[in-house]
Every structure is written in structure tokens, then in C-alpha cells.
Ligand binder design. Structure first.
Ligand code: CDP
Length: 773
């Protein structure tokens, strides 16, 4: 029966393990609250204050709790007990009772607390033992009018804007709770889910996941049946996904509980900056518009509450942070090369500043991080041997997980950590030991270029609020110093806050997600900030172009398929097109798409002397068809290298680090394609067929037909749509080549407009692809 129910629920959905927590009508053997032996042990970490007494669950375990012989629960418990002493000192700890009470009384809580005050790690632990957080039996109405018994809740979701934060928080909270992490043990209570990597167990109760993954889950389970609470963290970052998440959640909390059998969903929205006014108004508006349902019983007669009454549904909690003084040192004059300036400051601190403490440097992206990493390592070789050693640790989104986690480990004795980070370390992650911050004042941001109709990454000055966050990272544990690589005048001219992403980005993915969730009237969707009409129209057009929408504006079969893939709509379209050319083409396109998930797979060799060396080292990899086929040949050669991949990468001036990420993504994408039946289940890992460049490039054209340019008589390229001048980027294997037409993945703006990720195509293919749209 259970199988039938699940099949009825989600016939095609790729399931993650934690689903069984919610979808089973009967609880899993060690359902929370029933306390298997191992759970009693791991739960013995003292709780800050007693939770409200839980009503005795009527659910009885059907079978014996399973045993987990591999996990050493005693050592986990000991570690948790040690960490408990640290947890008690966090600013949020004294607020535990207030927070629990707020959420017993109200369904929505807004929580403001500075970075490091303990929001992300403690909130789930404060709530997980609350009575409302247990799985509850409920009856829901099916479309045919009959009712179905389900289990609602039992799990807490905590969303994060970034993968790295989701994983590192899950690891930390698992340690604090004394439970194994993710899928490592069936008894693990803490898991995570990020794009291309989900690690949960049947016992997961606390799950850290990226906003994008929650949106994906909502496609399969619009009522978020398995969750008792959703905690939206880092809302101040205002990525586009958080705006969608808050919009959907507002509809779920404000009275609409039928799909949850009347069981409420609790929502906590957390921010490191104080601007909660707009959020409060936003959720109040939701309650205002909805008839209230009490305890799941529909009360059609009740009036919608007035604005004043509405605030009884929402509580607000402020946590005062712990901040030591941080001295700001501005650059006396504008800085032209911030990598060079940062290098000087790092060694100045290391030589001159007596106080210990690690250095955290904020840079713009992987390229600047790696450039500075090389420079610091080079200079450190000739350093005074009496000084402590320097350990350089890069931190950026595309870094493989293992390397990211090294940042959090304490420095070895007589060693100073120098962490070179993108804005990931601004609020998303807490690295302890930092006393010096070096801030370049810039960040790479996604920006929609309306004229060109696509997103590009631009390096832009940060906002004042971001600069303050960066500075704050130096004063968490003791007094610190912040070196700003810009003048005080420049600081004063910065914007106050970051512009929400929804106002500056391509909206096609967001829109497709909404359409897949059945939101037909986009204009009436509760946006935290309403995006410009022009951007919405552009996104609709783009989705129509790739056949993701029907002419009527509804989602098409293709669109539904794409929405369930962890890719942008354009890349999703490419993947589907490739699958139509057959398994071999799909396998090759997966390899190429995996490369597109990192900034670049090659080491930076743009300087003249390095260029020649690169040409020679990569001769076997370069393909005359262009960058896509070159990526494919590189992945194949790297994957086929069984002896020493690192040495192979060095020989070919390929980034071993990037390739590790590519291999991770490749594995996940292949899995995903097997789950969605695009690849056969028994597909072999190694494929030795000859690639078919025409099939591959034509598949890419299905998504990128508008990213094409043709050669004009003066020898330059003009975009097929829009007739703009564009040049092939120097990093491309086709740089300087004159070809009939080119297709590219993205634009880069420096002193001129460049196309990056370029392949040679024929104009009649472009014509066909455009006609097919
Ligand atoms: O969410 P918020 O920034 O308020 O704080 P948090 O992420 O809960 O971090 C609270 C404390 O937990 C930090 O100050 C760190 O000492 C510790 N922590 C850690 O050691 N490793 C992590 N991955 C996350 C937090």
C-alpha cells in the first residue's frame, strides 16, 4: 500500500532518502520521539532549557530500531558535550526560551542577529524537540473527494544561499548534536542537500539545503509535507531564489493548510542586517488577505484579520551580537591593482603586526583568488624563517568540497592562515581565528544586460552594508583590524545596501520554477520586491524560445522536464536536445556542461610567455571545433588518466582543483539523468565512442541559438540577434580565428565585449535552431 501511495504521490520524482520520513503513513523504525537506543544516547547532550512537554505520540514503531555498528556514538557524544560549552556562550543562547515560546504561539518569526551570534546552528536545535516538530498523522483531501492518511512534518529545513554554507553548517550541527552526518549512517539526524550533492538518512530531522534545492523539493511536494518548519537563513543576501522561497512560504503559512491536513508550517526568517520592516509588512500582507484556519478546521465564516491583528501571527526577535572593536585602515589613494595591494598588506601584517590571528582577504572571484594564492605562496618561500609559517587557503563556490572544509580547520602550531575568499565569507560562513580583514571593496555580481538579453558577471563595488559585514569578520573573538583597499571617500560613496538579485538578473529560471509550481499569473505572485516588467517579459520570451512554455504561456512538457533538472533552463534544454541524439551524445554533453559549472578548467595562461607554453602543453586537448569539444577532450583525457591525475593536470596546465569539481558534477548529472530516465539505468561509467561534434554543437544550439554571431566583411563578428559587435575572448581556443559563425556561452565585458566558451557553427544550423523555436 505504501508503495502505491508513494507512486501516486510522485511517479517520476527523483527521491531523496529523507522522503521516507514524511511520506510513510507509518513512521520509520526510529521515528523521532520514539527514541531508539542509539538516539537516546546521542540525545543526551544537555538541552539549554526544557522544551514544552510533548504529547505522547500515538505512533508505535513496527520493527526494532536498526543498529549502526560502524558509528562510534560514544565519541560523537563526547565531542558534542565539549561543543556544548561553546554553544552556551553564543549570544543567541539566552534567547532559546523566548524563541521556542514565539513559535509555539505564532507560525512566523522574524529573527535579526549579527553574523556569528548562533542563528544558523542553534535555531534548529532549539526547535527540533518541540512537540509541534514531531511527525503528525493527518488526513488530506484528494482531488476525487476521498481522504488519505499521511504523516506531516518531523523535519526542519534551513535554507542557505550557498552550497558551502549548507554543507559546513550541517557538519557543525551534526557534531553539536552528537549525530553522524548525512547518509553516513541510517541513524543520522542531520543532513544536507545542495545541487549535485544530497546527503540525508531516513532519520534526518534537520536538513540544511540551498534555496534552489528547496524550490526543487517544492516541485515534487508543494505543501512541504515532510517539514514542520522552514528556516530561511541569510535573507539579507536577497538572491533571486530567496525571493521565490519567501513568496511560496507566505502562501503556505497564511491560512492555506489543506494540503498539510491542517498541520501548520512554522516559518523562521533570519537576517544579519536589521532591515526587517519590509519582511514584516510582507508577511502581514499575506495574513491579511487570507481567511484564518484554526487547527486545520476550515472556518469559512471568520473574517480576514486587520493589519493590527495580523501582527499576532508574526513575532520578531532581535539578538544582540558580540563584537569587539575593529580598527579601519583606508588606502590613502585609489588602488588600481587590488591583488598586488592585498599581497603587500598580507606581508605587512605578517611582518609587523605582533598580535596573532588569521587574515581573511575578500576578493572578487576564483581568478583573483588563485592569482593571489600563487603570489603569496611564491613570496612566502623567501620569508624570514623565524616568522610563523603562512598557510594559504582559497575559498570560492566552485572549490571542491574537501578543499572548502580545510578553511574551517584550526591552523597548525606556529602557522598563520591566510584565507582568500570571495564574498562567501561575508556572512555565509564563520571562520574562527580571524583578526585581520583585507577588503578589496569589490564583488562579482550577476547582472542582466537588457540590451543583450543575458546575464553576465560584472565586477562591481560592494555596498556599505557588505563592507560593514566584511569588517565585522575581524572582531568576532577579539579586537581586530580591517584594511580597506579603497579610500574613505570611496567608502562613503557606496550604495547603502545590495540590490536584490531579482532586480538585476535573468528571471527565466525563476519564472520556469513558478510556472512548474502552477503559478499562472506571475504578476500576482507575492514578490518581496517586484521585478521590472521588461525583465519578466524577456524571461517569458526566452522560455518560449527554448519551447519550455506553450504559446498560451502555460508550461510545456519540455519545460516541466527542464524545471526538474538542476540546471539553468538553457542548459536543461541542451541536455534534453542531446538525449534526443542518443546516449553517446548525452554523455558527451554532460561532460561539457560539467565543465561549465566551474569558472575555467585551464590554469590562467593569458600572459604572452605562458601562452606559448600552454599551446604546447595542451596541444593534444585543443579541438578546432572550439571550446566545447576542447572541454570534452580534456574531461575524457583526465577521466582516463588512472595513474596520477594531479601530475597529468600539471603537465597540461589544467586546473586539477577545477577538474575535481567537474568530476563531482559529472557524476551527479549522470545520476540525475539516470533517475529521470534520460540515461539507461545500467549505463557504463566509461564511454569510448568517437564524439560527434555536429550532434553536440546542434544540441547546444537548441539552448543557445540566440548566443550566436556571424562574421561580417570587415572581419569582426556581429551577433545574429541584435547585430552587436563581439570578439572571441583571448582564453578561447578559437581566439583570432575567422569562422563563418560562432556560438558562445556568455559575454564578458572588459575594455570590449567578448564572447567566452566559443565554438564554430554553421549559419544554416543557427537558422534551423532559430526556426525550431
Ligand atoms: O548564523 P550565525 O551567523 O548567527 O551564526 P552560526 O553560523 O550559527 O555560528 C555560530 C558559531 O558556531 C560561530 O561563531 C562558530 O564559532 C561556530 N561555527 C563553526 O565553528 N563552524 C561552522 N561551520 C558554523 C559555525
Amino acid at each position: 500500500k505504501r508503495k502505491r501511495e508513494e507512486a501516486a504521490n510522485e511517479p517520476q520524482a527523483p527521491r531523496d532518502d529523507a522522503d521516507s520520513n514524511a511520506k510513510n503513513a507509518s513512521p520509520s523504525p526510529n521515528a523521532p520521539g520514539e527514541g531508539s537506543k542509539s538516539e537516546e544516547k546521542v540525545d543526551s547532550v544537555p538541552q539549554p532549557q526544557e522544551s514544552a512537554p510533548a504529547p505522547k505520540s500515538k505512533l508505535k514503531p513496527k520493527s526494532k530500531p536498526f543498529s549502526d555498528n560502524k558509528t562510534n556514538f560514544t565519541s560523537l557524544r563526547e565531542k558534542a558535550n565539549t561543543l556544548y560549552e561553546l554553544r552556551k556562550k553564543l549570544p543567541i543562547f539566552g534567547h532559546a526560551d523566548e524563541i521556542r515560546k514565539n513559535l509555539r504561539d505564532q507560525d512566523v518569526m522574524l529573527l535579526v542577529g549579527e553574523t556569528g551570534s548562533g542563528k544558523s546552528t542553534q535555531i534548529p536545535q532549539f526547535l527540533v524537540n518541540e512537540f509541534w516538530c514531531r511527525p503528525q498523522p493527518a488526513k488530506i483531501c484528494k482531488e476525487d473527494g476521498t481522504t488519505k492518511s499521511v504523516t506531516v512534518g518531523g523535519c526542519i529545513a534551513i535554507t542557505q544561499p550557498r552550497r558551502v554554507a549548507a554543507i559546513s553548517l550541517a557538519r557543525r550541527v551534526a557534531e553539536e548534536m552528537g549525530t553522524p552526518l548525512g547518509s553516513s549512517s541510517p541513524a543520522s539526524k542531520v543532513g544536507y542537500s545542495v545541487r549535485f550533492d544530497t546527503s540525508t538518512s531516513p532519520s534526518t530531522r534537520v536538513k540544511f539545503l540551498t534555496e534552489g534545492m528547496l524550490l526543487q523539493e517544492m516541485l515534487h511536494d508543494p505543501w512541504l509535507t515532510k517539514y514542520s518548519a522552514v528556516v530561511v537563513d541569510e535573507v539579507h543576501e536577497r538572491g533571486i531564489n530567496v525571493d521565490l522561497v519567501t513568496g511560496f512560504l507566505r502562501n503556505l503559512v497564511s491560512g492555506k493548510r489543506e494540503g498539510r491536513g491542517g498541520v501548520p508550517l512554522k516559518v523562521v526568517v533570519m537576517s544579519a542586517t536589521a532591515d526587517m520592516e519590509s519582511l514584516l509588512g510582507f508577511f502581514q500582507e499575506g495574513f491579511k488577505g487570507q481567511p484564518q484556519l484554526q487547527n486545520g478546521t476550515s472556518d469559512e465564516e471568520s473574517e480576514a484579520p486587520t493589519k493590527d491583528e495580523a501582527s499576532k501571527d508574526i513575532s520578531v526577535c532581535h539578538i544582540k551580537g558580540r563584537q569587539f572593536p575593529v580598527k579601519t585602515i583606508y588606502s590613502p589613494a585609489p588602488v588600481h591593482d587590488f591583488v598586488d595591494a592585498a599581497l603587500k598588506i598580507i606581508f605587512q601584517i605578517h611582518y609587523k603586526e605582533p598580535m596573532p590571528g588569521d587574515i581573511l582577504v575578500f576578493l572578487t572571484g576564483q581568478e583573483t583568488v588563485e592569482a593571489l594564492e600563487n603570489l603569496v605562496n611564491e613570496y612566502a618561500v623567501g620569508m624570514d624563517p623565524n616568522l610563523p609559517r603562512i598557510l594559504v587557503l582559497p575559498l570560492f563556490a566552485a572549490l571542491p568540497q574537501v578543499a572548502q572544509q580545510r578553511v574551517f580547520a584550526p591552523a597548525p602550531p606556529r602557522t598563520r592562515k591566510v584565507i582568500l575568499s570571495t564574498n562567501i565569507a561575508e556572512t555565509s560562513v564563520t571562520v574562527s581565528g580571524v583578526r585581520y580583514v583585507v577588503d578589496c571593496g569589490k564583488a562579482k555580481v550577476k547582472q542582466f544586460r537588457t540590451r543583450l538579453g543575458l546575464d553576465s558577471l560584472l565586477v562591481k563595488p560592494i555596498s556599505k552594508s557588505a563592507a560593514i559585514q566584511r569588517k565585522g569578520r575581524a572582531g568576532r573573538e577579539a579586537a581586530g583590524q580591517c584594511f580597506r583597499l579603497y579610500t574613505e571617500k570611496d567608502y562613503l560613496s557606496l550604495d547603502e545596501t545590495n540590490t536584490p538579485e531579482i532586480l538585476r538578473c535573468d528571471l527565466s529560471q525563476a519564472l520556469l520554477n513558478m510556472k512548474a509550481r502552477g503559478v499562472d499569473d506571475i504578476v500576482r505572485f507575492p514578490f518581496l520586491t517586484r521585478p521590472p516588467r521588461e525583465a519578466l517579459e524577456k524571461a517569458l520570451l526566452q522560455l518560449l524560445n527554448i519551447n519550455a512554455l506553450e504559446e498560451t504561456g502555460g508550461i510545456s512538457k519540455v519545460g516541466m522536464h527542464i524545471a526538474k533538472l538542476p540546471l539553468t533552463p538553457t542548459l536543461g534544454r541542451v541536455l534534453l536536445a542531446a538525449s534526443e541524439h542518443g546516449t553517446e551524445c548525452l554523455i558527451d554533453v554532460i561532460d561539457i556542461i560539467s565543465c561549465l559549472s566551474v569558472e575555467t578548467i585551464f590554469l590562467n595562461t593569458t600572459s604572452e610567455e605562458k601562452k606559448e607554453a600552454a599551446e604546447t602543453a595542451r596541444r593534444d586537448l585543443y579541438r578546432r571545433e572550439g571550446d566545447h569539444l576542447t572541454m570534452l577532450s580534456t574531461v575524457r583525457a583526465y577521466a582516463g588518466e588512472n595513474a596520477d591525475r594531479k601530475a597529468w593536470a600539471e603537465r597540461h596546465l589544467v586546473s586539477h582543483r577545477a577538474m575535481q569539481s567537474v568530476m563531482d558534477v559529472r557524476k551527479q548529472l549522470r545520476n540525475q539523468c539516470r533517475q529521470s530516465k534520460l540515461l539507461p539505468r545500467d549505463d557504463r561509467q566509461d564511454h569510448h565512442h568517437d564524439p560527434s561534434p555536429v550532434d553536440i554543437l546542434q544540441s547546444f544550439l537548441c539552448g543557445f541559438a540566440t548566443n550566436t554571431a556571424r562574421l561580417v566583411p570587415d572581419g569582426s563578428y556581429r551577433t545574429v540577434v541584435g547585430n552587436q559587435t563581439v570578439a572571441i575572448h583571448p582564453s578561447s581556443v578559437l581566439f583570432g580565428k575567422k569562422l563563418e559563425a560562432i556560438m558562445y556561452n556568455e559575454f564578458v565585458f572588459t575594455n570590449r565585449t567578448y564572447a567566452r566558451g566559443v565554438s564554430a557553427v554553421q549559419m544554416d544550423w543557427v537558422g534551423e535552431a532559430l526556426a525550431g523555436q
